[in-house]
Design a protein around this ligand. Sequence first.
Ligand code: TZP
Ligand code: MG
Length: 301
Amino acid sequence: MNQYEGTLFILRRSLLFAGPNIYFRQVSLLHRELSTPASSKKFTDEHRRIFKTRRCPIYSAALLRRLEVHPDGAAYKLKGMSFQAAPSAFRPVPALYPILDASFLPAAVAERHARLRGLVSELADAGVRILQYRNKQGSEADILADALVMRDAAGSRLKLILNDWPAIAVQAGFDGVHVGQTDMGPALAREIVGSERIVGVSTHNEAQLRDADLEPVDYIAVGPVFATQSKANPDPAIGLEGVRLARSLTHKPLIAIGGITLETAAQVRDAGADSIALISAIFSPRGNPAKLAKDFLHILL
Ligand code: TZP
Ligand code: MG
């Protein structure tokens, strides 16, 4: 391996194993370097592949060569600035990840907000530590109003993630955003929410997983694992085998979703999922969400 290949290897490894904070610190340091007039602007296919050029800045071979590697292999130095990269930079995701879909809530605003307050509070009391709000029908104003109510009710007791809308997540003081394959790309979502918030992405097959693994995301969701009624036009179910394959393709926190029940949660976890995401098994017309959340936590923790 020559010096150039070595640098590419190290960069790729740091992107694969470092958390998004490191990734973005690294990107901004490199970006600052690149904007000096002396920088060469010769791009290679390898750079395009590594940095997914549609979404991120590209770096010259000359610049990459100037990166130095420390003997422990985990720290990097660029023109006197050093920074750490280690697998532990990943933020862990709680083992149970309920997703509250707005279709579960009353349509009238006052009742919806009251229900949101109650649910957020009960789930936090039950031990839930992360909750996603998914509203596919509401206007941006409705979603922001709902999100503000949730933030107020949650305080810092649980992390709140908004489906689809990075800018609203920031406005509402949510902890992060979740994007799907047809939404804004994760790198752009990351630019909007910043390095301190969580960005998650949905994947449904091997190619999407491999791509997601190179993105600045905190976790990767994969599914549907089993048949689901909660999503319009779901991709084919991947089964437990699909979860095992996903586990082999990424070191990032892996969240399994789709048709998971109390009966199957342990198997899905044992297939390699760090966390189980649930809509209908927690939020169903006749069930008690807080009680069901406790039942899942009992199995998963
Ligand atoms: N993405 C893949 S499956 C799914 C989403 C949003 C729906 C999961 O809902 P349920 O009710 O837990 O099957
Ligand atoms: Mg989406």
